[in-house]
Structures are given as structure tokens and as C-alpha cells.
Design a binder for this molecule. Structure first.
Ligand code: ADP
Length: 240
């Protein structure tokens, strides 16, 4: 579905992605995990076409995305922190993005309900709480019914009800065959949601496989401990 082939990226002298190759499968939830600065966002931005790799290729459904931009219509993206025009209302932001994407909204208004956004629809962005901005961002990632959904720390800042409802919704999206990529620092959440895990350290992949295999191969019972061990092993104990 999404094939990343040998991508390299340097920012100045800083070698951020080192020969990254991935095969992200359709109908699965793939978590990208790693310490801060390990290159997770750079991989996501490369798939979104917001960062151009120095070399290598990225293919979606067999077609290179480099030099293309139309493929983005099929992607819903929830960034870690979204910013919207401050003077628009929630309703106007959704309408503006629908116009920009030239797409009609998914006839699933239930998304707005499960995120409890109905009372916020007529409020201006500048009057929204941080959590409600996150809910809007979550809503926009899904409301155009994209086949690929990319969520960067999706539940950070959501209240427990919205977080639980949104996670349930992510699982439902998987059931209907969507391809989902997420990052999270909450290992319980990854255990709950993800099928596959890519574990990055310092721009290199140190594990690419099923979550259950990572846990099993570590001899631990929880992902958090397995990941912590792997970080210590791969950074000679220098990570803190
Ligand atoms: P993560 O998402 O895993 O925290 P990032 O992909 O955001 O990591 O960043 C990886 C490294 O690349 C970091 O050291 C970061 O400072 C650097 N980096 C990311 N974007 C840029 C940029 N536009 N210019 C310079 N350095 C960058």
C-alpha cells in the first residue's frame, strides 16, 4: 500500500533518516515509535510530501508520490499541534477545508458527535480550548473519508470520553480497510490499537513487525518494558 524505499534525509549535517525502507499494509494500524528526535515526524512528513527525501522513493498503490500532489486527497492527517485561522468558527474551518480539498463531507456526522464537538461548532477558534482544537483536528483527519489516515499523537490532549470514542472509531476505520499510521508515546495505546510497529532509533529502524512479536521476542509481558529494553540496548544505556 505505502512502500518507502531506501529513503535518506539530511538537514544540513544532521543525518535524520538513514536508509529507511517500509511496507505499510492496507487495513492495518501501524505505529511508529521511537525516542524524541528519532525521525518519526520526518517519515510522516515525507509520506505527506511535506519533506522531500534526498534519495529513495515512496510509492502509494504502486505509484511514486515524488512530484505528485493529487495523492494527498486520499490522506487524512492529524498533526501533533494543528493551527487554524483564529477568527473562523469550527463550522467555517470544516467548510473551508472541504472547499480547499474540493471534497464533500463524509455523511457520517457521528464523528462530530462522538468527539462532542456539537457545542463548539459556532465558536471561533481563538475561543476554543487546546483539547477542543485537538478534537477538531481529529475530526478533520477522518471527515473526508480518506483511505489513508495519519495520526500524530492523536489522543494527547483529548478528554477521556473523546479519547476512548476516537480510539474506537480508529478501530472501526481499520475494519473497513483503511490504512492507518499513528505515533504515540503511550505504549498501552499502541498495544490497544496497533497491529504493526516500526521502532526507530536515531534515524534507523531497529524493529519492523507485529506488536505481538516484539513483545514475545523481548520476553516481557508488556510493550512498554519491551520498548524500554530495546532503547537501552540500542543506545548503550546512553538514552535518557
Ligand atoms: P521525532 O518526530 O521522532 O521526534 P523528527 O522527525 O521531528 O523526530 O526530527 C528528527 C531530527 O531532525 C531532530 O533532531 C530534529 O531536530 C531534526 N529536524 C526535523 N525537521 C527539521 C528541519 N526542518 N530542519 C532541521 N532539522 C530538522
Amino acid at each position: 500500500m505505502i512502500l518507502v524505499k531506501n529513503i535518506e534525509k539530511k538537514f544540513g549535517k544532521h543525518h535524520v533518516l538513514k536508509n529507511i525502507s517500509l511496507d505499510i499494509q492496507q487495513g492495518k494500524i501501524t505505529a511508529i515509535v521511537g525516542p524524541n528526535g528519532s525521525g518519526k515526524t520526518t517519515i510522516i512528513k515525507s509520506i505527506l510530501g511535506l519533506v522531500k527525501p534526498d534519495s529513495g522513493d515512496i510509492l502509494i498503490n504502486g505509484r511514486t508520490i515524488l512530484g505528485d500532489h493529487l495523492y494527498r486527497k486520499n490522506i487524512g492527517y492529524m498533526p501533533q499541534t494543528a493551527s487554524f485561522p483564529e477568527n473562523l468558527t469550527v463550522k467555517e474551518v470544516i467548510k473551508m477545508i472541504a472547499d480547499l480539498r474540493n471534497q464533500s463531507l463524509d455523511i457520517n456526522p457521528n464523528l462530530i458527535e462522538i468527539l462532542n464537538l456539537i457545542p463548539e461548532m459556532d465558536k471561533q477558534i481563538k475561543n476554543l480550548s487546546g483539547g477542543n482544537k485537538q478534537k477538531l483536528s481529529a475530526c478533520i483527519a477522518l471527515i473526508f473519508n480518506p483511505s489513508i489516515i495519519i495520526l500524530d499523537e492523536p489522543t494527547a490532549g483529548l478528554d477521556p470520553v473523546a479519547s476512548s470514542n476516537f480510539k474506537q472509531r480508529i478501530l472501526e476505520e481499520r475494519m473497513i480497510g483503511k490504512t492507518i499510521i499513528l505515533t504515540s508515546h503511550i505504549m498501552n495505546e499502541i498495544e490497544e490499537l496497533a497491529d504493526n510497529i516500526l521502532f526507530l532509533i536515531d534515524g534507523k529502524i531497529v524493529f519492523d513487525g507485529e506488536v505481538k512479536d516484539l513483545i514475545q521476542s523481548s520476553g516481557e509481558s508488556k510493550l512498554e518494558k519491551a520498548i524500554a529494553n530495546m532503547i537501552t540496548e540500542n543506545t548503550n544505556g546512553t538514552y535518557n
